[in-house]
Design a protein around this ligand. Structure first.
Ligand SMILES: C[S@@+](CC[C@H](N)C(=O)[O-])C[C@H]1O[C@@H](n2cnc3c(N)ncnc32)[C@H](O)[C@@H]1O
Length: 269
């Protein structure tokens, strides 16, 4: 299970399975609710250092597992400070599961450790999972295996998003649903630079060309400051041509949910 135990003073205290982790959270500008003693019980603590971060202490085992929304995740404390799951996306997985059905085709871009891919595979969707990082794609495949989904119809792709989408268009492939969670700044498989401000519109134009004749939905989410729910909605409306759009904030679930990005989802039926 996952739970946001407390947040405040620029930090968040989270429970990942049996372990408690204290990490930076710049959006948590309010006072902490729980006493110092509770925070001190964390098994690992991440501190900011220059542009990056480092584990100040880490009593976590090298690998451990957590079940979140019915999906098992293999977790580990990475040098980048992430654990292998972004629980704020859980609400989108649940929503997508209700819309998808056996045989529906889903393109999952910037797919990371596979939360959305595995949620969709569980309801029988055919998924194309793309990430530029070889390490992340093998991590997602390990997650598929521990969920007994290694034989599910999932195409695992390690590629730069733009290059892959152009090739898919040429190949004539089409998808009923597309989910994309672009980073503010990222690198493709061959070091190609991705900057959300410059690249999100061309990316959505490519996505539009990849939609099937009777598409289901496009979901756009991100964690970039300034990309509010309305900004994401306008992108879906103006670039993809979505008419029916829902939007909102992503948040880490707990007693005091912590805002962690925004989403917009355009529905076609
Ligand atoms: C913040 S994560 C996405 C989180 C994910 N959507 C989830 O549900 O947990 C961003 C991912 O984008 C990938 N990425 C960054 N730049 C990329 C690019 N140019 N092409 C493909 N993937 C890229 C990274 O390897 C990383 O796994």
């Amino acid at each position: 299970m996952y739970n946001l135990i407390d947040s405040g003073e620029g930090r968040k205290l989270e429970q990942f399975g049996p372990y408690i982790i204290d990490r930076p959270a710049s959006q948590a500008v309010w006072p902490k609710r729980l006493p110092h003693l509770t925070w001190k019980q964390a098994d690992a603590r991440l501190v900011r250092e220059g542009e990056g971060s480092r584990w100040e202490w880490n009593r976590l085992p090298e690998n451990f597992e957590m079940t979140f929304q019915g999906i098992k995740f293999g977790l580990r404390a990475t040098d980048f400070g992430h654990l292998g799951v972004f629980p704020e996306h859980g609400q989108l997985w649940e929503w997508a599961k209700e819309k998808l059905s056996p045989g529906t085709t889903l393109l999952n871009l910037f797919a990371y450790s596979g939360g959305m891919t595995l949620a969709a595979a569980k309801v029988g969707a055919q998924v194309c999972h793309l990430d530029a990082s070889k390490g992340m794609v093998s991590w997602a495949r390990e997650n598929a295996a521990i969920n007994h989904l290694e034989k599910a119809p999932i195409r695992w792709i390690i590629d730069d998003v733009t290059k892959f989408l152009r090739r898919e268009i040429t190949r004539g492939r089409r998808y009923d649903a597309i989910i994309l969670d672009p980073p503010t700044f990222g690198r493709g498989a061959q070091g190609e630079l991705f900057k959300i401000e410059e690249d999100v519109v061309p990316l959505l134009q490519l996505c539009k060309e990849l939609l099937s004749e009777k598409p289901l939905f496009v979901v756009l989410s991100c964690h970039t400051p300034g990309f509010t729910p309305l900004v994401l909605s306008h992108l879906l409306q103006e670039v993809i041509g979505c008419q029916k759009i829902e939007n909102g904030e992503l948040f880490l679930p707990g007693e005091l949910p912590l805002p962690s990005g925004c989403y917009a989802r355009g529905l076609f039926r």
